[in-house]
Design a binder for this molecule. Structure first.
Ligand SMILES: Cc1cc2nc3c(=O)[nH]c(=O)nc-3n(C[C@H](O)[C@H](O)[C@H](O)COP(=O)(O)O)c2cc1C
Length: 307
């Protein structure tokens, strides 16, 4: 039998990346629940501004940490770039326990299963013990929007789903997945292809005449990739296609040229979704059961216990 990990009440370091707020909401729920259980929690965003401020103190944080929980959105069946940058900056620490929580729009279906493989390998190379991994689901901010009736159920069950995951993590029970090697290869190839796509996407971003030069995009880009010159936002080479500037622009003035099909036309906002669905009893899951596209989401919502 696999050895159980012992999680004590020493520090938990919650590290997360969130482009458009889905992972941030889950992270906040993790933090709230762990604080209620009297754990000492430090939360760290992988936006470049907070990474620059803190990267010199990673060794110090690690010294006071008994467990790391890493959360990130699945981007093309992989973890996004800031996760690998953060792992690259971590000191080698033999056996420090890590739980990896990926968050996707499609659930643990098909190629998404492979979305933790590369980052877990990178953590293990530095000596960390990844004892637990899982997938959580939030509304999709990419390509195909999640139906409102499913999306609102994802938000309304967030606290309960987090509770299940937190319980497993702090119990120290081992949960690891091994996706089929063909799935791993396919996911790997697609994510490498996506790297080129992301570059092109970033080069094609532009602001239309609705732009008021309010600086929202400049101040909120997680890669510090946008500068304002002559009241026009200029996009640099560090775009990672998180979609924050496009969906978050108060004037909806930022647009993509290459790869615009990946942007949800009507925008993406969790708070607007909640407003639209206030007082609405969502359609039952039964109604969506024949829709292969949302298989992973239905499974996630139907499971009383995660996995
Ligand atoms: C560039 C990009 C690629 C994505 N790729 C996938 C994917 O391969 N599978 C999936 O289920 N969801 C995918 N998504 C959806 C996100 O994983 C999902 O909506 C997540 O909740 C977004 O988190 P955030 O709001 O914190 O950024 C992708 C999103 C983006 C922006």
């Amino acid at each position: 039998m696999e050895q159980q990990i012992t999680i004590d009440k020493s520090g938990i370091w919650i590290v997360y990346f969130s482009g458009t707020g889905g992972v941030k909401r889950i992270t906040e729920e993790f933090e709230k629940q762990l604080l209620e259980k009297k754990f000492f929690v430090t939360r760290h965003s992988l936006d470049m501004s907070s990474m620059n401020n803190q990267k010199d103190s990673y060794q110090q944080i690690i010294n006071d940490t008994g467990l790391i929980i890493l959360l990130y959105p699945v981007h093309a069946f992989d973890a996004p770039v800031p996760v690998f940058e953060w792992i690259g900056l971590l000191p080698h620490v033999p056996s420090l326990p890590v739980a990896v929580v990926s968050v996707s729009g499609g659930g643990e279906a098909s190629l998404n299963k492979a979305s933790r493989v590369r980052c877990i390998k990178a953590l293990e190379k530095k000596g960390y013990t990844v004892f637990y991994e899982t997938m959580m689901v939030m509304p999709s901010n990419w390509f195909i929007p999640t139906n409102d009736h499913l999306a609102i159920q994802l938000l309304r069950t967030l606290s309960q789903k987090t509770e299940q995951v937190v319980k497993k993590i702090i119990s120290g029970s081992r949960q690891r997945t091994t996706p089929h090697f063909l799935i791993r290869i396919a996911a790997h190839l697609i994510s490498r292809l996506e790297e080129t796509g992301v570059k092109k996407f970033g080069q094609g971003l532009y602001a239309s005449e609705e732009c008021t030069a309010c600086l929202w995009c400049v101040n909120n880009c997680p890669r510090e990739n946008i500068n304002m010159t002559d009241r026009i936002p200029r996009f640099g080479k560090k775009c990672m296609m998180c979609m924050r500037c496009i969906y978050g622009c108060p004037e909806q003035a930022i647009h993509a040229t290459t790869g615009k099909w990946m942007v949800i036309k009507q925008g993406f906002s969790l708070s607007q979704l909640e407003k639209r669905m206030t007082g609405v009893e969502p359609d039952s899951l039964e109604k969506f059961k024949k829709d292969a596209l949302w298989k992973g989401v239905i499974k996630y919502l139907s499971d009383n216990d995660e996995e």
